[in-house]
Each structure stands twice: as structure tokens, then as C-alpha cells.
Design a protein around this ligand. Structure first.
Ligand code: SF4
Length: 332
């Protein structure tokens, strides 16, 4: 089997509250990511989906080591990121980039598009000199569907979709092998979302980079993902190939999320699963299965024992005591 581009083992992140007074017990930290094992193959798109606050954005930042994990390790191109020197880590960033959720806040309003897109080219020594930089920026803008003339304008003069295209141009400027796209379409009009998803898909096929595509909606990732990981309260509860997860979801949470996704055949019968209650606070993680407080199938064992993520079909894993091996596909 070929070595994955990226691998995480036992990855966890607890955000501790600011230090209190001596001798006063600090409140428990917020467990944003909890024991995640993950692999991303070369040139594949792994979508990570789940409700707001489930830890998927924190996971993306941990994989790029933009934040330091509380536990666990990440290997990128075979190198343990935790063992890299600051200099090697900076060099690694040429190969691992991020597209942010908020195209309004992630681009400096005072800089021109040329300055924004050219920055990684300068930092990593990919192009030098004004002429060479402008040529590269023009090519990158063209690749994301913007005219070269856009380079002398400021971000405020563009629409949300166009700003996201600028963010993508910057992210691919240094020729990354891994891109984390953190909810890249959630701040955009529905009419523009498909264009940005299609753009990322085209660029990914062209550039052969791997992509971690973070979204809160399974409908958004249906076309772009090769595999899908579903997160709940900081844990991956199901992961597998797109067709397996969409066609035969094994975790009750995945089944509930999918039951709300519009289908190509609206006449096909389907039961909408409405989850009761709110997502518990990551400050007070439920015992056992983190989903047991909302799961329509919960049994007494679920609040006592944490289910392991285990193989339920070839290439598909689910963390549920009652997930059946070799499931019968369902129409979704
Ligand atoms: Fe539901 Fe129990 Fe499965 Fe958790 S382990 S998803 S509570 S049935």
C-alpha cells in the first residue's frame, strides 16, 4: 500500500481556560478534538462534515500545525510535524496551505490583490522581481477565473465569491500538495457555492493536490469528496468512501444528517430523522458514546462504553455499538 500524504494518530486538542488564581482549581478545558486517527491519500479529497462546533475546523488547523495538539501526532510526507524545527515547519507550509471560511476577513483590505497573491511566491522564493511576480499572479488569477486586471485592485471591490477566488489563488500559489479548505463556501450565496466547489475540484484535478474539505453540510460535499468523515463532538463517528457513506450510512448521526439532504429523486420514499435536544457542550462530554444523549437508537450500554471506530464494510468505519457489518445499501 502506498504511504499516505498525511497521517494523524490519536490527535486531540483541549483548549484550557486562562490561568486562574493559585490554589483555585481551574475549570475543565474544552475538548475540541478527541482521539482522531486519520489518513489522507495523495490527490484525494477527504470531506469532514458535522455541525458547528464539532471540532472540524480545529482538526484542520491541527493537521497543518497552525495550532499545537494536546495529544497525538501528525505525519506529513512521512515527517512528524511535532519534531520539525521552526525553520522546517515554515518550509512545510509551502506544501500545505489553507483556504479560509471568511473571504471578507482573511484578505488584508489594505493590500492589493497582487500583493496578497504574490506573498507566498516571495516567501518561498518561487518568483523574484516585479515582472516575474506579476506574471505569476496573472496566471494564478486566470486559473481561478479572474482577469489579470484584478491584481491592482483591493479586496473590497470584489464580491464574496470573487474574494474567495483570490483566497484560493493565494493558497495554490506555492504549488501545495495538501490544501485544507475550511468551510470555503458557507459564507457565500447559494448561487455562487457550486462555482467555488467546481473550481476547487478542477484545480485539484489539475494540480494533483490532496484536499481536506471542511463543511457542515453533506449536500455540499457530495460531488467533490472521494471519502467522507463525519464528526460529532470532536470525534470521527463514521468515515468511508463517498458511495459507501452516502449509500449505506452506518452511524445513526450520519443517517440523521443524510435524511435532511435533498436527493436527486424527490419522489423516492424517505424518513426524515429529526434529532432531539442540543449538542452537549464540549466542556462536559457525555460518558460512553458522545451521541447517546440524542441518539434515537441509544441503549443502556451506550452511556457506559465508548464505541471504537471499527470496520463495518470494506473501507468504511463507524463508531457505534450496533453498526452492522456488511450493511444493506439504502437509497439516500
Ligand atoms: Fe447510538 Fe449507542 Fe450507537 Fe452511540 S453507540 S450511536 S448511542 S446506538
Amino acid at each position: 500500500m502506498t504511504e499516505p500524504l498525511l497521517r494523524a494518530e490519536g490527535l486531540g486538542k483541549v483548549f484550557l481556560p486562562p490561568g486562574g488564581l493559585p490554589f483555585v482549581q481551574r475549570p475543565a478545558g474544552l475538548r475540541a478534538v478527541d482521539g482522531v486517527d486519520l489518513e489522507v491519500a495523495r490527490a484525494e479529497t477527504l470531506a469532514v462534515v458535522g455541525e458547528s462546533g464539532c471540532g472540524k475546523s480545529t482538526l484542520g488547523r491541527l493537521l497543518l500545525r497552525l495550532i499545537v495538539p494536546s495529544e497525538g501526532r501528525v505525519w506529513f510526507e512521512g515527517r512528524d510535524l511535532g519534531a520539525l524545527s521552526p525553520r522546517d515547519l515554515r518550509q512545510m507550509r509551502q506544501h500545505a496551505q489553507m483556504v479560509f471560511q471568511d473571504p471578507f476577513g482573511s484578505l488584508s483590505p489594505r493590500r492589493t490583490v497582487a500583493q496578497i497573491v504574490a506573498e507566498p511566491l516571495e516567501v518561498f522564493g518561487i518568483a523574484r522581481g516585479r515582472r516575474a511576480l506579476r506574471d505569476r499572479v496573472a496566471t494564478l488569477l486566470e486559473r481561478v477565473g479572474l482577469p489579470a486586471a484584478a491584481m491592482d485592485r483591493h479586496p473590497r471591490s470584489f464580491s464574496g465569491g470573487q474574494r474567495q477566488r483570490i483566497g484560493i489563488a493565494r493558497a495554490i500559489a506555492a504549488g501545495p500538495s495538501f490544501l485544507v479548505a475550511d468551510e470555503p463556501v458557507s459564507a457565500l450565496d447559494v448561487s455562487v457555492q457550486a462555482q467555488i466547489v467546481n473550481l476547487l475540484q478542477d484545480l485539484q484535478a489539475e494540480g494533483r493536490f490532496s484536499c481536506l474539505f471542511i463543511a457542515h453540510d453533506l449536500a455540499v460535499v457530495r460531488h467533490i469528496a472521494d471519502r467522507v468523515a463525519v464528526m460529532y463532538l470532536g470525534r470521527i463517528v463514521e468515515i468511508g468512501g463517498k458511495h459507501a457513506v452516502y449509500g449505506a450510512p452506518q452511524h445513526p448521526y450520519t443517517q440523521a444528517l443524510l435524511s435532511a439532504v435533498p436527493r436527486p429523486d424527490p419522489d423516492a420514499p424517505r424518513r426524515r430523522i429529526v434529532l432531539e435536544g442540543d449538542v452537549p457542550s464540549p466542556n462536559r462530554m457525555p460518558t460512553g458514546c458522545a451521541f447517546h444523549t440524542r441518539c434515537p437508537l441509544a441503549q443502556p450500554v451506550c452511556s457506559r462504553e465508548r464505541p471504537a471506530l471499527r470496520e463495518v464494510a470494506t473501507g468504511q468505519q463507524a463508531a457505534c455499538h450496533f453498526a452492522a457489518p456488511n450493511p444493506v445499501p439504502v437509497k439516500v
